[in-house]
Write a protein that binds this ligand. Sequence first.
Ligand SMILES: [Zn+2]
Ligand SMILES: [Zn+2]
Length: 254
Amino acid sequence: MQVRLLGCSGGACAGLRTTALQVGDDVLVDCGTGVGDLTLDEMGAIHHVFLTHSHLDHVLFLPLLSDAALSLRQGPLIVHALPETIAALKAHVFNGVLWPDYTRLPSPHAPYIRCEPLTLDAVVVLPHCRITALPAHHTVPAVGYLIDSGEASFAFSGDTTYCAAFWDAFDHVDNLKYVMVETTMRDSDRTLAERSRHITPSLLAKGAAHLNRPVQLLVTHIEPDKVEEVRAEVRVALGDRQVHFVQRGEVFEL
Ligand SMILES: [Zn+2]
Ligand SMILES: [Zn+2]
């Protein structure tokens, strides 16, 4: 099974897309602007969306995805998210003003979008993988995800500041292959990072110290205007530990 990075930037502009991962053909984790690069057929094949949190860079394309391939999709688009994230989407996006309420249209019994509230540690079993919500600590309720194909697992932090419970949550996962963590800001922006609850390079190193097995550490969600500075700080903070700075379009085999 493949995880394809449709978007992995902390911002959007020409050539950069915000967070979205395609898991197999029919699952997305987050729904940022990277989803706009899918073809109509690829959009029609998406049946599940797992959201980390309500911030716009992670949910922006959900209304458009739900609308783009209505005639191609069999059954509803199933959105898995924390209850607070679902409430935010219903109040601020699918409210009949920004977008029609696809959680109740065309009929409340058979809507275009079906919301499935998540709880931490609950496992969603799909035909080709199991997805588990992981703890995260952000300015709004948030989760990360563990994606397990059976062969290998991919842990993703979503947006979070340093959260010991996130790093400890996959300590027992024997087939862990990748850990992808946001590192949005420079250490010199630490005050802002604390306020906005993001990770800086020194906080990444603090988290990576929890890793007690040989996994590939991936860094995502860097602010677009600070990429080179954040990368340089990460290399210093991590010392001998190998790290990979992900790029849009990369594919990871699970
Ligand atoms: Zn966020
Ligand atoms: Zn974000």
